[in-house]
Design a protein around this ligand. Structure first.
Ligand code: ADP
Length: 535
């Protein structure tokens, strides 16, 4: 291998003997001299290859030193190369101007060897420091970007993909993998894999054994490890393997494995970048794993609720049927009739609760399917009102209905639309005083959607409760609301149902004065065109 040469210095001077002297001096300092005898040539050389330092004469024909310097400093690629000006001592004005333009230092002719050496070394040292600082800042900003990317993800697979993509970009690895440690650390579930070879497909989503010494060392020590044997784990042709443990607070969750076709060692810069990457990934991976566990637990809970509600339906139907049969018998005392009515009402309430719980779990598990059809708004409102009449009459409330168009047709699942309307009207009834008015309005809005409003003159909603009103199980804490029976599921289900219809739901409320709950549904396109053609 050729011996590494020292820093590359470009000497720019139109005077051949100056070029000669400087070339020899630079060589003696163990550096690599290159020459250009005018400004234009200097610019060509600088664009062709990288230099560590430029020694630049000011007085040159065609393009003088000052112009060359200005061009260097204008160019973002060249700006960082230190330039030492060569000039006669008395030319102080030009020296000052060059320093203003960004020259690092100056050298007076005739050259003093010691001063020449001192100035060149100082300039090169400063450049090295600047380069290091720049590199450090660049690495920091890259790590910050990675950190943003990682923190924006909660899915284990996504976090693993991000880590692997960055690791592959900043290493010479030809294949890489991120795997989650399983059981007692003897196996690993592959989360992400990268590399061209089709052989790698056999690893995807698989469990692999990790009884390789460097894996065990990485798991035991929590530190990056390099394989000492030239045997591939991911691919047989690999010659070198690096293993980085990804951990949070000394708990190792995953391993990043990189394999290289070449057996030259990784440089310290890459190792330190990859270690920082693994450090950044640790908390993100731990969060993603926790999130995954919470999701699984939630899924099990939802499945449990769904099963229990299903199982409860049969006994409730029996209780209700027997209560009805009892009511039909003629020899019941007044007290027995009352008790039977209480049983019936309680079972009704229970069955509503169970059906709400079952709806929530079906929506959450994605099992709830809508049967969308064309639904006439007027007839559906009439059906709902009939269903709710006795409840409204019990409180002597007045119901006003205002439907903009008789033939307004929406695209909806009829039963689910009834469910949303019953929820909102039932709330208006529950949370409003006797003899108040409940108004139902429906009209086509400016966006071409059907807009439903259920307005009441009830207790209203406190400003501090407004953000939580559609949350699951939320019930306002004021006495007016607590005095009513409820589960806090109705509005949550209504919102999810309206969303499933591609509509939106919202409300306006003044505490102590009343509320209006509104939602939109798509209008059947055929009817919409007819309406706008008639308009
Ligand atoms: P539930 O009525 O079974 O408690 P909902 O999800 O339908 O559950 O409503 C959640 C909460 O929102 C209610 O407990 C009540 O505090 C408040 N709320 C809903 N509708 C109204 C309304 N029309 N007026 C005042 N408060 C309401």
């Amino acid at each position: 291998m050729a011996k590494a040469k020292g820093p590359k210095v470009l000497i720019v001077d139109d005077n051949v003997s100056n070029l000669d002297v400087l070339t020899r001096r630079i060589q003696r300092l163990g550096m690599e001299p290159h020459t250009a005898n005018d400004g234009q040539l200097a610019m060509i050389r600088l664009e062709e290859e990288p230099f560590d330092l430029v020694l630049l004469d000011i007085m040159m024909p065609n393009m003088n030193g000052m112009q060359v310097l200005a061009k260097i400093k204008e160019d973002p690629e060249l700006r960082g190369i230190p330039v030492i000006i060569i000039s006669a001592v008395e030319d102080t004005k030009s020296i000052a101007r060059c320093i203003e333009l960004g020259a690092e230092d100056f050298l007076a002719k005739p050259f003093n060897p010691q001063i020449l050496q001192a100035r060149i070394s100082a300039s090169l040292e400063k450049k090295q420091l600047r380069d290091k600082a720049e590199e450090f800042l660049e690495t920091q900003s890259r790590l910050q970007r990675i950190s943003h990317e990682l923190n924006a993800r909660l899915n284990i697979g996504n976090v693993a993909e991000i880590v692997l993509t960055w690791a592959m970009q900043h290493s010479t690895a030809h294949v890489g993998m991120v795997g989650r440690l399983m059981g007692k650390g003897r196996g690993m579930k592959v989360l992400a894999i990268s590399g061209e070879s089709p052989v790698l497909a056999r690893f995807r989503n698989q469990k692999v054994r990790i009884d390789h010494p460097e894996f065990e060392r990485a798991v035991a020590s929590g530190l990056p490890q390099e394989s000492d044997k030239k045997v591939g784990f991911l691919l047989p042709e690999s010659k070198r393997r690096l293993v980085f443990p990804i951990k949070r607070a000394s708990i190792i969750s995953t391993l990043l494995i990189l394999e290289d076709e070449s057996d030259s060692r990784y440089d310290q810069k890459s190792i330190s970048f990859l270690s920082s990457l693994a450090d950044l990934a640790g908390p993100a991976m731990a969060n993603a794993i926790l999130y995954d566990q919470v999701q699984r637990a939630n899924q099990s809970k939802t499945e449990f609720i769904s099963e229990v509600s299903h199982e409860l339906k049969n006994p409730m139907t029996s209780i209700k049927n027997y209560a009805r049969m009892l009511m039909k018998s003629e020899d019941l005392s007044e007290q027995q009739i009352n008790f039977t009515q209480v049983i019936e009402r309680s079972v009704d309430r229970m069955s509503r609760m169970v059906s709400d719980l079952s709806d929530v779990s079906r929506i959450e598990t994605g099992y709830l399917r809508l049967e969308i059809e064309e639904v006439n708004v007027k007839s559906i409102i009439q059906a709902v009102v009939t269903e709710m009449e006795s409840q409204i009459n019990d409180k002597k409330q007045i119901l006003q209905i205002n439907i903009g168009q008789d033939d307004l047709i929406v695209l909806a699942d009829q039963n689910r639309l009834v469910q949303v309307l019953v929820n909102l009207i039932s709330n208006a009834n529950k949370y409003s005083p006797e003899e108040s008015t409940i108004t139902i309005c429906v009209a086509q809005n400016e966006e071409g959607m059907a807009e439903f409003h259920v307005k009441d003159e009830g207790i209203g909603i406190r400003p501090e409760d407004r953000d939580r009103i559609f949350q699951k199980y939320f019930r306002a804490s004021d006495n007016g609301a607590r005095g009513q029976v409820g589960t806090g599921l109705g509005l949550n289900i209504s919102r999810q149902l309206v969303n499933l219809h591609n509509g939106k739901i919202w409300f306006e409320s003044h505490y102590g004065e009343g509320s209006t709950f509104s939602f939109t549904l798509p209008i059947s396109v055929a009817v919409e065109t007819e309406v706008s053609a008639n308009a």
